[in-house]
Design a protein around this ligand. Structure first.
Ligand SMILES: [Zn+2]
Length: 398
């Protein structure tokens, strides 16, 4: 049997007054997930282990069946794996955002973690310019996608820089940067780099985008994961617009499928993802389809956008896959990696609702798939990284 694993990033949310006490999942139109929930197993899983940050890197690692407490070294290393970078075990890999600050001083605020969702066409030349001007034996700037790039610090894994805990920039939207600047100041070289990068980015001959600073965070040693096929006995692929999912795929030996027009935003290429998933499943067992849109809308703080993103996930990912596979015995897992509550505009560690659907799964009888209904079934996995193995067992695949 084949297994489809569908992830709506950041879909979970809290009840909103403006929606009459409903969550965005409850307000969204989700007839396909509702039907899978009614006729499948529904429960909750704690994807973010206690004491860890509720990042997409941690949560998706757990969804793929690997214990983040054991394997997670940082966000940067996962994205480096996505690029297939050749790294030394002693390198320290930082995720590097191009951000918009009110100003780079202790009175400054984080205005935009994404520099207005800067496009790769604009951001990559900026990263290359930073490398030309500031790259040296210790630091290498490596361009990625949109606002998400990397900084490799040679032999940094054994330095004190490895222990600096900088806030993820999407967690401090419109908040002061003072606490983080204090931490950066503990590393004189990194501190200089911040200010030299700012000077370059403020030069209007080089840069006319909203990006006016770099923000290195999420650093760690290079990522090492067990082989997915050896661990679960399935040949698998990941399909996503975002680097960190590709990194988890590469590092665990899965196929990583790039879909043209997959943007991570509301206008992503849904049909392309569906086609790629169906195509891969013809000859293989497992595909992890990740949609970033709901999370971005949660960070944006607009409930109507998030409702739209969840409705589109249902209508343009779940529905066509169901239709195409209706004659086949297929197992399904549908879930999100973490909550991104509209009121918080960042991630939380709430246990995520999930559906497991397929031959042999007892029907829950629920009429809707939501955070609330998932909390009523009594099925609760304390270790989110066990969800995949749990599903395989319920589906008779292991
Ligand atoms: Zn996420």
């Amino acid at each position: 049997m084949k297994l489809l694993y569908l992830i709506a990033d950041g879909m979970g949310d809290w009840p909103l007054e403006e929606l009459g006490g409903k969550t965005t999942m409850e307000a969204a139109k989700t007839p396909n997930m509702d039907e899978l929930a009614r006729t499948g197993i529904v429960g909750r899983a704690q994807t973010v282990p206690e004491g860890m940050q509720p990042g997409s890197d941690v949560a998706n690692m757990a969804l793929l069946g690997f214990d983040p407490a054991r394997y997670h070294t940082g966000r940067g290393p996962i994205e480096a794996a996505a690029q297939g970078l050749d790294l030394d075990p002693n390198d320290l890999v930082w995720r590097l955002n191009l951000v918009t600050l009110s100003q780079l001083t202790i009175d400054g605020f984080m205005r935009d973690y994404s520099s207005g969702h800067i496009s790769s066409d604009v951001s990559r030349p900026l990263i290359n310019a930073l490398q030309d001007a500031l790259g040296n034996e210790t630091y290498t700037f490596i361009p990625g996608i949109q606002y998400r790039h990397l900084l490799v610090q040679k032999n940094g894994a054994q330095s004190e820089d490895a222990d600096i805990a900088i806030s993820p920039p999407h967690d401090i939207t419109d908040k002061p940067i003072k606490p983080d600047l204090r931490k950066y100041s503990k590393s004189p070289f990194l501190w200089d780099l911040l200010f030299e990068a700012k000077d370059l980015l403020m030069n209007r001959d080089i840069n006319t985008s909203m990006a006016n600073a770099i923000w290195p965070w999420g650093q760690g040693r290079p990522l090492l994961l067990p082989d997915f096929t050896e661990t679960f006995g399935l040949t698998g692929a990941v399909i996503s617009a975002v680097d960190l999912i590709k990194g988890l795929g590469h590092a665990s030996g899965m196929e990583v499928i790039d879909v043209e027009g997959a943007t991570g935003l509301l206008d992503t290429n849904y049909a392309g993802k569906v086609d790629a998933a169906l195509n891969f499943l013809k000859e293989n067992d497992f595909v992890f389809v990740h949609l970033e849109g709901p999370d971005e809308c949660g960070h944006g703080g607009n409930p109507q956008d998030k409702i739209e993103a969840i409705s589109r996930f249902d209508a343009q990912i779940v529905a066509p896959l169901r239709e195409a596979l209706k004659e086949e015995a297929v197992g399904w897992i549908v879930t999100c990696d973490h909550f991104t509550p509209i009121v918080k505009r960042t991630h939380t560690s709430d246990p995520v609702p999930f559906i497991i659907h397929g031959p042999g799964c007892p029907p829950s009888g629920l009429d809707h798939f939501s955070e609330k209904t998932a909390s009523t079934t009594g099925i609760s996995l304390e270790n989110g990284y066990e969800l995949l193995a749990y599903a395989l067992k319920k589906l008779g695949m292991k």
